[in-house]
Design a protein around this ligand. Structure first.
Ligand code: DAH
Length: 340
């Protein structure tokens, strides 16, 4: 028994726990009820009476020693933690958490959506892979009509009836097929045209389409809506003008210019010295289009408009190359962090 006590003592002496887990391991192995030292106390009852005094003392010393060691290690660990805490300088600035940035196209698109929301327009979306009917036929582009060539289309080789939409006007058709007037919606989204990629144009870009169909909708409503939009989007001093134009799906059709928001109308590079910048196409929904969607043109009328998002974004942020929008270069995208 004396040998056993001595052996345990030596073992304890050799221990050097490195962390809280090892100290706890020691406690479990030596000090708890089923641990080594208490189990020696259990064996103590079998010790012959003449040895009881000597072994009893040795046992008690071992127990006190083990407990003392345990307390000492615990204390050291605590100090260690305190000194680590003392190393922390709470006056240092916190770690910077880098936030993502909105894409500039999304920023401008959200601005546009907000403005039309305030006029009671809701947002809806349609598919980017379209069929000929929604992209052309129902929009009054006659079969084989050269108007279809106005927009260079990506067709699917296997089925030329399927294409990548060339404009968001296709979503008007889907809306009118599904909803009963009054319809007051805008349709933002991505569109595709088979065009050479350069600093000024791309085969992918974005548009917002607008549609309002109800009883007695007039060209005056169209003008007022778009004038409100221009004032909210550019500023209260903006001027607008409408020029007659042609689109198969509107009659009459127009293009809207706004006074150049860079030079205020004096003439600069952006407005090509004219003082005006074209921003959208618009018009009264052609009765044929209403008929394609089973809406009675005798009962209802409507206006529609469509505009690109890339161009106003280029101007707003003085970006010189449209390709930057699609390259996902983090150095470019990071610059728009401020607007989340
Ligand atoms: N879809 C036309 C385009 O991509 C834009 C447009 C013009 C939309 C007149 C309209 C509109 O709704 O009425 O060039």
């Amino acid at each position: 028994m004396i040998d056993k006590i001595e052996e345990i003592r030596k073992k304890i002496d050799a221990l050097q726990p490195k962390n809280a887990e090892e100290v706890e391991e020691f406690r479990l192995k030596y000090l708890t009820k089923k641990g080594l030292i208490p189990s020696l106390f259990k064996d103590f009852k079998d010790v012959p009476p003449e040895q009881k005094k000597e072994i009893g003392q040795a046992l008690n010393q071992l127990k006190t020693y083990a407990q003392m060691k345990y307390n000492q290690w615990k204390e050291e660990l605590g100090k260690d933690r305190e000194s680590k805490a003392a190393d922390i300088d709470f006056s240092l600035p916190a770690n910077f958490v880098e936030l993502g940035a909105r894409h500039p196209i999304s920023i401008v698109l959200n601005d546009m959506v907000d403005i039309f929301n305030r006029l009671g327009f809701t947002v809806a979306e349609g598919p980017e892979i379209e069929d000929d009917f929604h992209n052309f036929t129902a929009l009054n582009f006659p079969e084989e009509h050269p108007a279809r060539d106005m927009q260079d289309t990506f067709f699917f080789e296997k089925n030329p009836d399927i294409l990548l939409r060339t404009h968001t006007s296709s979503v008007q058709i889907r809306a009118m097929q599904k909803l009963k007037p009054p319809i007051r919606q805008i349709y933002p989204g991505r569109v595709y045209r088979n065009e050479a990629i350069s600093a000024r144009s791309h085969c992918i870009f974005h548009q917002v389409e607008g549609l309002y169909v109800d009883k007695d909708v007039s060209f005056a409503d169209l003008k007022q809506t778009l004038y409100y939009f221009a004032k909210e989007f550019i500023g209260p001093d903006v001027k607008v003008r409408f020029r007659p134009s042609y689109f198969p799906f509107t009659e009459p059709s127009a293009e809207m210019d706004i006074s150049c928001f860079l030079c205020g109308g004096k003439g600069c590079k952006i407005c090509k010295k004219t003082g005006w910048v074209e921003i959208l196409g618009c018009g009264m929904v052609d009765p044929n289009v209403l008929k394609f969607c089973n809406i009675d043109p005798e009962e209802y009328s409507g206006f529609a408009f469509g505009m690109g998002i890339e161009r106003p974004t280029l101007v707003k942020y003085r970006i010189e190359d449209i390709r930057l929008f699609f390259e996902n270069d983090i150095r470019f995208l990071k610059q728009f962090r401020s607007v989340i």
